[in-house]
Design a protein around this ligand. Structure first.
Ligand SMILES: NC(=O)c1ccc[n+]([C@@H]2O[C@H](COP(=O)([O-])OP(=O)(O)OC[C@H]3O[C@@H](n4cnc5c(N)ncnc54)[C@H](O)[C@@H]3O)[C@@H](O)[C@H]2O)c1
Length: 347
């Protein structure tokens, strides 16, 4: 019998967020038994409960992975076969200014889950790391590239990766690590002013505002449609060759932020009004090699940027603009980009 025909139980952190909400749906689609159970743990700091599908196989718990007593209680009460750890605050640029929060949320929170997974002999720990672990390495970044993260966000992701490797060697905890990059699509939080450039552009176009661009806009990223990312993450525990492996996942084709602005504006039928801001500390070119992912997961064809942006724009028009929330607890204000200092909601 195939593994997916047996009922399984999993914990999915960050399921009310963008990538998590898609991974939940993919997990439910994989479940051939119709009896799987998915416990979603999310503190709703970046996600929305409405992102979750209405399905009796899902149980939602509002809470944080940093709450070790809650995490331990959930592991005591449920016998998780798999853990998908997707929760994080992924504002890479902002992480320089919220170092303590970043390491508490993204590193210590992860360690709480790893400890519990070791104690309860979880069969697979799936972790969404990031291309941020490579820093400004030569492109295309391959899994064999020596990681050298340049910001606290990337450092915390690499630390979790290393901790998983060590937990595997010491205790036999099996893992699969994904390093996605610049993912966009339906359910993304378009109201976070510090991250998700595609969402920021869409939100601002719907509010008749200009599109902020740090530096020249010639920095390149391979923007990745969620439909090309979420299925592999969901399938990982059922793909034997992905055991204790690391995979880049996402689109192959890099484009500049300027080109992205034009594509997004086209999807809304407007001309982009660009607002060039002083350059910030960021990697100039970031795109990755995905041959390892393709060999193991054998995904279908990739969604083009125009198609993916078109699908997301259709959804964004339905839900409408979101007010742009500020991070209330900046720890270091030195060198904080001017545009992030604004206190008005119209920034
Ligand atoms: N979106 C991307 O382009 C991208 C790229 C690389 C890696 N990732 C990683 O993928 C994961 C998901 O990112 P996303 O874009 O869906 O972000 P998101 O903000 O939409 O989702 C993250 C979810 O985690 C929740 N969360 C945050 N801190 C939590 C905590 N302490 N306890 C419980 N829940 C918490 C948020 O409420 C949110 O629902 C993150 O780990 C991120 O680092 C994302």
């Amino acid at each position: 019998m195939k593994d997916t025909a047996q009922p399984f139980t999993c914990l999915l952190t960050g399921g009310a967020g963008f990538i998590g909400a898609h991974v939940v749906r993919e997990i439910l689609a994989i479940d051939e038994s119709g009896q799987a159970s998915v416990l979603v743990l999310d503190d709703l700091t970046g996600g929305f409960i409405e992102n979750l599908p209405d399905d009796p196989r899902i149980q939602f718990v509002e809470g944080s992975v940093t709450d070790v007593r809650l995490v331990d209680r959930l592991f005591d009460e449920h016998s998780f076969d798999f853990v998908y750890h997707i929760a994080a605050y992924a504002a890479e640029g902002l992480s320089h200014f919220i170092r303590r929060f970043n390491y508490t949320n993204n590193l210590i929170g992860s360690v709480n889950l790893i400890n519990a997974s070791v104690r309860h002999e979880v069969r697979r720990f799936v972790f969404t790391s990031s291309i941020a672990v490579y820093g400004s390495a030569q492109v295309p970044m391959a899994e064999s590239t020596v990681p050298s993260p340049e910001d606290p966000y990337g450092i915390s992701k690499l630390a979790v990766e290393l901790d998983l490797k060590s937990a595997h060697e010491m205790f036999g905890l099996d893992y699969t690590i994904f390093r996605p990059h610049n993912v966009y699509g339906e359910f993304q939080n378009i109201g976070d002013r510090y991250r998700n450039v595609v969402g920021i552009f869409m939100n601002r176009i719907m509010r008749n505002e200009s599109l902020p661009i740090f530096g020249t806009g010639e920095q390149t990223r391979a923007f990745s449609y969620i439909g090309d990312v979420a299925p592999g993450i969901a399938r990982a525990p059922f793909v034997r060759e992905s055991r204790n492996e690391i995979f880049n996942v996402g689109a192959d084709q890099p484009v500049s932020v300027n080109e992205l602005a034009t594509t997004v504006a086209d999807a809304f039928g407007v001309s982009p009004v660009l607002d060039f801001l002083p350059a910030r500390e960021e990697v100039v070119a970031a795109w990755a090699d995905h041959s390892r992912f393709r060999n193991v997961f054998r995904p279908g064809g990739e969604v083009s940027l125009e198609d993916g942006i078109g699908r997301m724009a259709t959804w964004a028009k339905e839900v409408g603009p979101r007010s742009s929330t500020e991070f209330s607890n900046i720890e270091v204000t030195r060198n904080l980009p001017e545009s992030w200092k604004l206190t008005s909601d119209d920034a």
